[in-house]
Design a protein around this ligand. Sequence first.
Ligand SMILES: *[C@@H]1O[C@H](CO)[C@@H](O)[C@H](O)[C@H]1NC(C)=O
Length: 299
Amino acid sequence: MASPAVIRCYAFTFALSVFLLITPSISIYCDEDDCYDLLGVSQNANTSEIKKSYYKLSLKYHPDKNPDPESKKLFVKVANAYEILKDDETRAQYDYAIEHPEEVFYNTARYYKAYYGHKTDPRAVLVGLLLILSGFQYVNQWTRYNQALEMVKKTPAYKNKLRALELERSGGVSNKKKNNKMDKKVHEDLSKELDLQINGAEKPSVWGLIGVRLVLLPYTLSKLLLWHGCWFWRYKVKKAPYSWEDASYLTKQSLGAPADAWRNTDDATKDDLVQRQLWVKSNMESYVSEMRRESKRRR
Ligand SMILES: *[C@@H]1O[C@H](CO)[C@@H](O)[C@H](O)[C@H]1NC(C)=O
């Protein structure tokens, strides 16, 4: 059921995620440097040797003792290298990364998992992802809406409607000779009003966004449950006659009419259709055959 726009949105988000994951791969672990070199130890040094060396170097480069910016940089680098090598797990991952420099993607993913894994709440990641997705969705909706609007504005029907509305407002008097500036303003106001009446191009709504829907899911589900429960109680248990609204809903469903089309049907037609009780199978069958006969007669 995914529309091309939704697929485009997903593809774009996926591409962005891959881009974000690959780009910083240049600066994982100790950047261009070797973490062991930075600490002045060999690759098979044990934990206490690494610790000792780190304390020595951090004293040497400490900003309090060395005001020169180069040593401040080194101080940060050494601290970072120590963060990686003091932990057996991240050290093993780092060793693996040096042994297998070709596995860029894997190493980067592992680095970020170790680096951010304990800091970032997975729920925050989910919320972030939902926000990004919803943002794309919203922008996409507005683009499509504006495109539809532009198209509608070019049709003669729209132009005629606008002119008619203008005449109606000015009381039938054509005010061509009046102030042009004011004319333009009135024109804009009227076209804004007409925009709202365009069918088929639904104005983008915040309520349809993935993120919002997910947050509202418990509410939506309970509302749906309540609705079904009420329906069952009223019409199946108490056998009450359908209210006009519910009968109208049933009619729309049995005709398979889209919500838009049904809303735009005039009341007389709706009334007639509702009276026929099309949700009863035999009524639907006779209605269909009647329609068939009618169309044959017309031809
Ligand atoms: C680490 O290595 C040093 C020097 O080789 C040695 O003196 C020390 O006992 C070792 N420490 C541990 C915990 O293995």
